[in-house]
Each structure stands twice: as C-alpha cells, then as structure tokens.
Design a protein around this ligand. Sequence first.
Ligand code: HEM
Length: 259
Amino acid sequence: MGYFLRQRRQIDELLYAEISERRSSKQSEQGVDIFSLLMQARDENGDPMTDEELRDELLTLLFVGHETTATAMAWGLYWSHYLPEVQKKLLQEVDCLGNSPDPMDIFRLPYLGAFCNETLRIHPVAMLTFSRVVQEPVEILEQSLEPGTRVGGCIYLLHHREDLYPNSNQFRPERFLERQYSQYEFMPFGAGARRCIGDALAMFEMKLVMATILSRYEMKLPAANEKPQRRGITLAPANGVKMIITGQRVRQEQPIAAM
Ligand code: HEM
C-alpha cells in the first residue's frame, strides 16, 4: 500500500476512534465545541450525521485549517525579518504588554493586526475563492452571466489593485491603519455566505504565534529572496522560509509615557 493510503488509514483510525468515544460517552450532547455541534446537527429529516460524514467534516477542518494558517505564519516570519523596521515596531508594541501578556490583549494590538492583514494581502494564502454557480441571469461589471456559469473571485488580483493598495508590491502594514477596507476590498478569507469558517480562529492563532515567537527568540533569515509559489490551492513561500534561531530574546522595557 502506498504512503498516502497508509497515512490516510492511520488518520481515519484516529478520527473514527474519537467519533466512537464521543458517541459512547455522550459528552457531545451538551458541548459547544465544533465537534459537539457537528454531532448535534440534524438534517431536514431529523437525522444526525453518519460516522463517515463526521470524519469528512473533521478531516476538512484539520487540513484546511492547518496548511493555510501555517503558510500565513511562515510569510509573517519572512516579512518581519526581511524588514527590520517592521519587526522593531511589532516588538515595541508586544513588549508594552509586559512579561506574560493576556492573549486577548495581544489579539487587540493595532500594529500586529495591520501586520497580519498586510501579510495576508500581499501573498494571499488562498489566491481564489471557491467558485460560485450562477443561479439566475445577472450582470457584474458589464459582464452578463447566464445560469450555470461558474465564477471564481481572484483574491490575489483584488489585493493588488493599485486604486485600493497603492504600490501594491510594497509590504506596508500602515495602509491598514490609515484606512478601513470593506469585506469586498480585502478578502483573504473570501466573502459572502461561504466565507471561510475558520477566519477568526486563524487570525487569533496567527497573532498569538507571531507575537510569541518574535518576542521570545532572536532569529536570522539567511536568504532574503523568498518568492511565492503555487502549492495546490495555496500560495506558499517557494523555499519554505528557512530561519535560524540565534538565541533567546529578552523583553525590552518600554519607557512609561509621560503623564
Ligand atoms: C490564514 C488562514 C486561512 C485562510 C487564508 C483561509 C482562506 C479561505 C478562503 C479564501 C476560503 C473560500 C471562501 C470563499 O469562497 O468565499 C475558505 C473556506 C473555508 N475555510 Fe478557510 N482559510 C484559513 C484558515 C482556516 C481555518 C483555520 C479553518 C478551520 C479551522 C478553515 C476552514 C475553512 C472551511 C471549512 C471553508 C469552506 C467554507 C464553506 O464553503 O462554507 N480555514 N478559507
């Protein structure tokens, strides 16, 4: 049996074991975590999901949630080390929160937020939305679309529109502090009813991981020429952003603002 099939069987065994444990312990009847919600869901006939359906949902969440966020964070590490002034601003902001910051305070940091947005803008991890199928005749941007036509949004092109993002190839987090973009101008997670279901989790994860790694470790980027490359449906750094940890970092005390 090939490597892929062996890996898939192993993952299936783990997932089915978890499903069966949840079913027998009944702990999912009241839970509010996503697994419990999937187990509580009923279709129009009142039927719950089968084990196979639950397995499919869990596998989707594991994979789309893992590769995408990991790729976004790799880009984040790249930009923060490629542009020392950006790194400096990030560290100043994070250091202000003290030695063991509350995760929600990290989540609310404005420059870190703008930095994560800019990372997801310049090389959107998902270049395209999933496609939509036209249900009734519609005109979009002077194009008449007939029922049955498949339409996909190109997130990459949108994120490089010069009217929205001047010098769009320049990495500049400040653009997200200077103006607010609507959900149809900035859409790393797609838009509309089928927008990414994991967007809030992904942003939370990205901000916490970036803040933690940057504030705890001194790192070096040996090759500062990372290019984007298609990897399946994602746009990932071609060389994988290889970095070297050169030591632990000590938090810099920030001067207290004059009263
Ligand atoms: C930086 C990280 C991520 C990016 C850039 C991203 C991007 C996207 C995009 C562009 C779509 C298509 C939306 C559309 O067609 O309008 C999508 C869909 C989806 N994403 Fe994400 N995603 C990320 C993380 C996650 C995570 C963490 C999860 C789950 C834990 C997740 C689960 C999903 C699912 C289930 C869909 C399909 C939604 C549907 O069809 O209703 N994603 N994502």
